[in-house]
Write a protein that binds this ligand. Structure first.
Ligand SMILES: Cc1cn([C@H]2C[C@H](O)[C@@H](COP(=O)(O)OP(=O)(O)OP(=O)(O)O)O2)c(=O)[nH]c1=O
Length: 198
């Protein structure tokens, strides 16, 4: 049985698009980048820690497989996680304005005897935002709880002209790579018969 170690409703909806059955595990892993840790190393470690924390909870269940994931926004080697408040959200959006940044999403799938992971990088070209754009977007509340203070699948869609990489990866779970990892655990994605769409 597959378990998703995540509190994110977006990850739940994305994983459901693969047409696989899964349970949910509520895990809390501190997201703190160690000094000198690369952005890639950091997202991969946090995803592994989320999956590992989940596995501890279901390790007694025969055949348990746990998926954990982490998404971060990277600009100039600086990692933007989720903003703590509106002021931080505004500061992040100011930094992203008119620049191309990279979104990293790591996925880790673990069972009692196996561990597989993948990290997907997507370059996102952001428009130059006016003060009004930023104030309006922050006031919508959408930046909160999202890496880099934006949601490509929401209001920030109009700020993004182009991406190179994985759209689902930017949203929080790269589905192509996730399906590949799950296959290695004998879990096969299929087209959902109902729901699972946009
Ligand atoms: C860049 C971007 C991020 N996000 C979200 C995806 C993730 O939920 C969040 C990044 O935070 P994460 O720490 O990766 O995940 P989380 O805390 O929401 O959930 P959990 O750790 O319990 O699995 O930002 C979007 O929804 N849209 C976007 O365009």
């Amino acid at each position: 049985m597959l378990h998703l170690a995540s509190k994110s409703p977006r990850r739940r909806a994305l994983l459901a698009r693969l047409g696989v059955d899964f349970g949910l595990l509520d895990v809390d892993v501190p997201e703190l980048r160690a000094p000198g840790e690369s952005p890639e190393g950091y997202v991969a470690r946090v995803a592994r820690e989320k999956a590992g924390a989940g596995l501890l909870r279901v390790v007694a269940v025969p055949g348990a497989v746990v998926l954990g994931s982490d998404t971060e926004v990277v600009l100039d080697d600086e990692v933007f996680g989720k903003p703590a408040d509106a002021a931080q959200a505004e500061a992040m959006l100011r930094r992203l304005s008119g620049r191309t940044h990279r979104v990293l999403t790591a996925v880790s799938v673990v069972s009692a005897g196996r561990e597989e992971s993948a990290t997907v990088a997507t370059d996102v070209v952001f428009a130059t935002l006016s003060d009004d754009d930023i104030a309006d977007y922050v006031a919508s509340g959408e930046p909160m709880g999202r890496a880099g203070a934006y949601a490509i699948q929401g209001g920030a869609e109009r700020f993004i002209g182009r991406i190179a990489g994985s759209y689902s990866g930017v949203m929080g779970l790269p589905l192509h790579e996730t399906a590949g990892l799950l296959r290695g655990f004998g879990i096969h994605a299929r087209t959902p018969r109902s729901g699972g769409g946009a």
